[in-house]
Design a binder for this molecule. Structure first.
Ligand SMILES: Nc1ncnc2c1ncn2[C@@H]1O[C@H](COP(=O)(O)OP(=O)(O)OP(=O)(O)O)[C@@H](O)[C@H]1O
Ligand SMILES: [Mg+2]
Length: 252
């Protein structure tokens, strides 16, 4: 199996709060790694470090063999780092389709010379992106709401739109921050199916989730984090049956 995402002794603190304490993790193509741990463990911070929202204090992160050191978020996205957000961050006044179309890596027509001299190519490239966005929505059974305003759709649908936006990146690394929080019914099943399909397509996926049955159903293995440290990595079953970890998780 190819290692697509590799963190090597990554450290990060905010004043006295250590959010990443010598974190080393490899995620292979096709793998769905669960990242679990109590509130404030540093799970979202780890995604922020990989995606470039936070710079690391020390350590290295590579995606598909390319070092991300010092790169801003947009360049990491271009290298194939895609993520969803715990608090969604959709553009509320835009439609579902427009929200998804903000994500592609190399958007055509960003240079003024292209707009003037290559209008035809830009139009056809935008058409292709639109078709790709619609095909992702089709996989999620969301074509009927493509032109709805995001603020008019259900919470579960908004979560799927967040995932659809990440999928437009078509990258090797997919980071999902609590994709199931507040999601139930059809959207829950769709989310599971899509995540499985994306892993089968060879992406390295990391899922932060408090929904234990989702982690059990989907993840090949999991990492348990607390106070910025990785305490254990193993099968989901092993981690969930550890009394020490359960005590840390539930604070008993
Ligand atoms: N930019 C920041 N500045 C200061 N402290 C921060 C910052 N980002 C995160 N923290 C702190 O780091 C700790 C870890 O936060 P983080 O959001 O990574 O936790 P989490 O594991 O995702 O928790 P949850 O399960 O509640 O989402 C928290 O104490 C948080 O307040
Ligand atoms: Mg979080």
């Amino acid at each position: 199996m190819t290692t697509l995402v590799s963190l090597n002794t990554v450290c990060k603190s905010f004043g006295g709060i250590v959010v990443a304490d010598h974190i080393s993790i490899d995620i292979h193509g096709g793998e769905i790694l669960g990242l679990i741990g109590p509130n404030g463990a540093g799970k979202t911070s780890l995604f922020n470090l990989i995606s470039g929202l936070y710079p690391v204090d020390s350590g290295t992160i590579t995606v598909a063999g390319k070092p991300l050191d010092g790169l801003p978020m947009y360049q990491r996205a271009r290298l194939g780092v895609a993520r969803t957000w715990q608090h969604m961050r959709l553009f509320a006044s835009m439609t579902v389709l427009e929200n998804i179309l903000v994500a592609p890596r190399d958007y055509p027509g960003e240079k003024i010379s292209q707009i003037i001299f290559r209008t035809k190519q830009i139009n056809s490239a935008e058409q292709a992106l639109c078709e790709r966005a619609m095909s992702i929505l089709h996989r999620m059974n969301l074509t009927s709401i493509a032109h709805s305003n995001v603020s008019d759709i259900s919470f579960g649908q908004q979560k799927l739109v967040g995932l659809a936006r990440a999928l437009m990146n078509d990258g090797d690394c997919l980071l999902l921050d609590e994709p199931m929080a507040g999601v139930e019914g059809n959207a829950y099943e769709t989310m599971k199916t899509i995540v499985r399909e994306e892993a089968a397509a060879g992406r390295a996926i990391c899922v932060v989730e408090h929904n234990v049955s989702f982690i059990k159903d989907l993840c090949n293995s999991a990492v348990f984090m607390a106070r910025g440290c990785i305490l254990e990595r193993g099968s989901v079953q092993t981690l969930l049956s550890s009394k020490t970890l359960a005590d840390l998780y539930f604070g008993t």
